[in-house]
Design a protein around this ligand. Structure first.
Ligand code: BG6
Length: 489
């Protein structure tokens, strides 16, 4: 059952992902999807909406009629018990018709203020009273800060146990994010070097070219810190920093990630100025033309203090990482759309190839998360013709270049995992709790102190200058992401 089935997420991501799973035979023929939303639609209207969504996104019509015949619609008022009783009747009928054995997934693809009300009703109106499994999938944001997340968690835990709650962080469904563990734990090459003896710093960049578009109302209350750092950025850091789990089970992987969050050095008050930089986009221009500044966007306060960019230095105070900064940065309206991780290794102890014109470059391992997908290793090799000169060579693996096809959409994998009951790539409450408590101290400080320099970066740039200074203080610099492109094999 998809709550919020007439919304944007369902249309852009969920229906096409379900269709892919259906086409690949990963969903058996015994399934039904009930769209639940306020609009007074019929089953037929909903089915044609699903058909449009799939055709627009995939352009594939084979099997589409059979696929949409599994879709049903139930008009719904989230706070009205009657609505749930009708939904239960429909669900029970479909249970019999498709022999679903009482297995149910409730997907809440809607505004989080309704999550608690819905889960209360699902329980009290008996939608969970069947013999099969009952899983709850929740979209972000999971709360606005720790107290609101705790309140929400307490409420949904009245109806669902932790093991049945699947909190979506769509970055965890991305193929190359999942690849971080494989690169680390399936190669003899990296793991012995993966520590403060050999790594000087790690940089995680997730830049976007789009602005806030029509989401000004939400974004004004969120900002980049809550929207991207609390979840996606910290999750990538946890995967990069965690210890090898003893097994790849949900509990073991999560427990290693939790340890990373516990080791994150908390920063508060004025010291935040030394670790974090905030930015807000001004107007600017890119190839497509002129762009408005954040303060001129729809539903945005003309004097807004909300950040659309964050750069930060995270310290993980444990044996493996003591002294190694993890730099993160994310922002809207930047010069390119890219998510990349750069692992910079320490300089060799002695340089035999001293060249004042071209100092020996450090070794880098670049993990290209999106839109390019791959890995590049930067090494030094001999410059042909000159025995003392070196040059950087790149060994590249490109996911898309080799297979000539796109990897599955994150939602496709996450939906499939949920059907299989595998919660490894979903966030456990302990991770959510610890990441909010880290982020809250920063957002509280930023809300108290107005950033006088806002807007402080032009649309189409790579963010404010202060973000470069943050690394310069430590004698590092952001590796320019446009120079790191993966070489196609
Ligand atoms: C979402 C944020 O979680 O992630 C958006 O709410 C952001 O503001 C998006 O644009 C980025 O996701 P992706 O997959 O495009 O990098």
């Amino acid at each position: 059952m998809i709550f919020g089935a007439t919304g944007d997420l369902a249309k852009r991501k969920l229906f096409p992902s379900l269709f892919h799973l259906f086409r690949k035979g990963r969903i058996s023929k015994k399934f039904a999807v009930v769209g639940v939303a306020r609009r007074d639609w019929t089953h037929e209207t909903f089915q044609s909406h699903v058909r449009d969504s799939v055709l627009t996104s995939i352009g594939q019509s084979e099997d589409i009629e059979e696929f949409i015949s599994h879709f049903y619609y139930q008009p719904h008022d989230v706070s009205n018990s009657e609505s749930y009783i009708k939904l239960k009747e429909l669900a029970d009928q479909l249970d019999t018709k498709y022999e679903l054995q009482g297995n149910r997934i409730f997907y809440l693809a809607m505004a989080p203020e309704f999550f608690g009300t819905i889960t209360d009703h699902l329980k009290s109106e008996g939608l969970k009273d069947t013999n099969g499994f009952h899983r709850l999938v929740i979209e972000k944001p999971f709360g606005h800060n720790l107290p609101s997340a705790e309140k929400l968690n307490t409420q949904i835990r009245e109806a669902f146990i932790e093991d049945d709650i699947y909190r979506i962080d769509h970055y965890l469904g991305k193929d190359m994010v999942q690849n971080i563990e494989v690169i680390r734990f399936a190669n003899a090459l990296f793991e012995p070097l993966w520590n403060n003896r050999y790594i000087s710093n790690i940089q995680v960049t997730s830049s976007e070219t789009l602005g806030v578009e029509e989401r000004g109302r939400y974004y004004e209350k969120s900002g980049a810190l809550r929207d991207m750092v609390q979840n996606h950025m910290l999750q990538m850091v946890a995967l990069l920093a965690m210890e090898p789990p003893i097994r790849l089970t949900t509990d073991e992987v999560r427990s290693e990630k939790v340890k990373v969050f516990r080791a994150l050095r908390p920063i508060e008050g004025e010291e935040i100025e030394d670790y974090f930089v905030r930015g807000q986009y001004d107007k600017g221009s890119i190839t497509e033309g002129d762009l408005t500044g954040y303060r001129d966007e729809v539903n945005v306060d003309p004097e807004s203090n909300t950040e659309t960019y964050v750069a930060g230095k995270l310290m993980i105070d444990n044996f493996r990482w003591a002294g190694v900064p993890f730099y993160i940065r994310t922002g809207k309206r930047m010069s390119s759309k890219a998510t990349k991780i750069v692992v910079q290794f320490k300089d060799i102890p002695m340089n035999l190839y001293y060249n004042p014109e071209e100092p020996l470059a450090p070794n880098l391992l670049v993990i290209h998360i999106q839109p390019e997908e791959g890995i590049t290793l930067h090494l030094n090799a001999k410059h042909s013709g000159d025995k003392l000169k070196t040059k950087t060579v790149k060994l590249s693996y490109s996911n898309t270049g080799i297979h000539g096809m796109n990897t599955p959409e994150a939602y496709e994998k996450l939906l499939h995992d949920c059907m299989l009951g595998d919660a490894t790539n979903f966030t456990h409450w302990d991770e959510v709790k610890l990441s909010w408590s880290f982020v809250d101290k920063i957002s509280e400080y930023w809300e108290r102190t107005e950033e006088k320099s806002f807007p402080n970066y032009a649309s189409g740039s790579m963010g404010p200058k202060a973000a470069d200074d943050l690394l310069e203080k430590d004698n590092f610099f952001w590796w320019p992401i446009h120079n790191l492109e993966v070489d196609k094999c």
